[in-house]
Ligand binder design. Structure first.
Ligand code: ATP
Ligand code: MG
Length: 372
């Protein structure tokens, strides 16, 4: 998902070796399944106990089941996975490993409380390619309000402090049933929060949970909102930044109390200083920078997985518009610092090429993903 680092590389290699060995990895007990696991694994979708089939996930097909008086989510792995890169290939195994981590963490009542937004696992098997969880009767979020943002960041901070970094905070991976729920752990990786920025170690300081949320989800919402009212989009952005700032302050205090390295504490300081300055100064300038980063990163991510959607094209249209009309502001604010060729014409050229690829790599039978 990002620049290679030793820890990411090592994690990937270990997982690929594990997969190649054909070893089974199971969670839960078959006796606790409402049907024998083999019957679940053989689901075709026509069974009377199947209430619905969600076919738009990239890693899996998800069935809503009605069994033993309850509703369940049955996730059946796609083979091959529709994300054409090693992180995609290892995502189902990774999800099982993280669900095992959660089962362990939840044994502590305090952790169970802080991680209550994590959907539990009833049963899972790597070789059978299934994960069974309680069904969440929730809805996707079109516009994030204060409660939702607060719950999301509380949960993300709890994950970070437990040594887990979530990369894929896309709209399809968050549900609200009165509480924000996370249930897709294909790109949730372990890391050391006291010494590393994220699961890439110290290689990619640009990636942190607020950035992940903005990149994978929030700016898709704001893109939609901008069409109605730029002032509303800016107000929603301000709310998110205030809540993220509050969460990061608490995160930093806790990391400091646990003896985190100065490098990690300073890194968080820099991020917070920038947000604080914008919240009391020019918020519009920060919006432009963060929106540019979010749209461009997400487009590159879609291209690298060859998993593009209509949203990829909408993001590209926004990028083209800003490269044309606000190139000087982008340059001055640092948004183009990582560009190989930051001048306007070269940038527009790169965007045109990205657009051609995005058209070529549109996923078939995918609903306009991420809710746009
Ligand atoms: N426990 C659950 N309760 C309700 N809905 C669920 C549950 N688990 C999954 N879903 C639904 O199924 C969809 C796909 O699930 P999930 O994100 O786990 O699959 P995926 O294939 O890994 O997705 P992707 O790789 O595209 O992120 C979700 O967007 C959600 O709508
Ligand atoms: Mg998902």
């Amino acid at each position: 998902m990002s620049a290679a680092s030793l820890s990411a590389w090592a994690r990937r290699q270990t997982q690929l070796t594990f997969l190649a060995s054909g070893t089974e990895f199971r969670l839960g007990r078959a006796e606790d399944c409402p049907l024998p696991p083999a019957a679940l694994a053989a689901v075709s979708g026509d069974e009377p106990w199947v209430r619905a089939c969600l076919d738009d996930g990239l890693t899996a097909r998800v069935y809503r089941l009605r069994l033993a008086g309850r509703d369940w989510a049955l996730k059946v792995a796609r083979r091959p996975c529709r994300v054409q890169n090693p992180d995609g290939q290892t995502s189902f195994l990774n999800e099982l490993q993280r669900r095992r981590d959660f089962a362990r963490l939840m044994r502590t009542p305090e952790q169970a409380e802080r991680l209550a937004g994590i959907v539990p696992t009833q049963y899972a098997s790597l070789q059978q390619g299934i994960i069974l969880s309680p069904w969440v009767e929730g809805r996707r979020i079109e516009r994030w309000d204060e409660r939702q943002l607060t719950e999301l960041f509380d949960l993300l901070i709890a994950l970070l402090l437990a040594g887990l970094f979530e990369w894929d905070l896309a709209a399809g991976n968050t549900l609200d049933d009165g509480r924000i729920r996370l249930f897709d752990f294909g790109y949730l990786y372990p890391f050391d929060p006291l010494r590393q920025y994220n699961s890439d170690g110290l290689a990619s300081p640009g990636f942190h949970v607020a950035e992940r949320f903005e990149t994978r989800q929030l700016f898709a919402c704001l893109l939609r909102l901008e069409r109605e009212s730029e002032a509303q989009a800016l107000a929603d952005f301000e709310l998110e930044k205030r809540i993220a700032l509050d969460a990061y302050q608490r995160l930093q205090q806790e990391l400091a109390a646990r003896g985190a390295s100065q490098g990690v504490l300073d890194w968080l300081d820099d991020i917070m200083r920038r947000w604080r300055a914008a919240l009391t100064g020019n918020l519009g300038a920060l919006y432009l920078q963060e929106a540019w980063r979010s749209h461009w990163l997400d487009v590159k991510d879609d291209l690298s997985g060859q998993s593009c959607t209509p949203l990829t094209l909408q993001r590209l249209a926004w990028l083209r518009d800003k490269a044309t009309t606000q190139h000087a502001e982008l340059l001055a604010g640092g948004a183009l610092a990582n560009e190989r060729r930051p001048d306007r014409e070269a940038l527009l050229d790169d965007l045109r090429q990205a657009e051609a690829q995005a058209i070529r790599w549109q996923l078939r039978d995918t609903r306009s993903a991420e809710g746009v």
